[in-house]
Design a protein around this ligand. Structure first.
Ligand SMILES: [Zn+2]
Length: 104
């Protein structure tokens, strides 16, 4: 890495200089010198994006206002349900405590 080498361009067949990084381009045709490695890196990046997009109700910049509002609303509903669960848990705990006090 970091060493400039001569490499035969996989696109145009000309000998060009390659410094070992994934985004080095051919001096003649401007093609990526390591297309396989480059596409693998891009694939990794895209996969990461897909995982992010699969994240529950992820809001994308391309979303319309309505879609955004809907997602925000559903996100809010999700939080409300979470709070209800917590409140319910606390409520049950209090009842259990009260029962134990009454029974004592
Ligand atoms: Zn080339």
């Amino acid at each position: 890495m970091g060493q400039v080498r001569e490499l035969k361009c996989p696109h145009c067949g000309e000998w060009t200089l390659w410094a070992g990084s994934i985004d080095d381009r051919c001096l003649y045709c401007d093609g990526f010198l390591e297309p396989q490695r480059f596409s693998r890196e891009v694939e990794k990046k895209i996969l990461k994006e897909v995982v992010k997009e699969n994240d529950y109700l992820f809001i994308r910049p391309t979303d319309s206002d309505l879609k955004r509002q809907g997602k925000l609303f559903l996100n809010g509903v999700r939080w409300v349900f979470l709070y209800i669960q917590v409140v319910f848990f606390i409520f049950i705990s209090i009842i259990l405590v009260l029962i134990s006090i009454i029974a004592a």
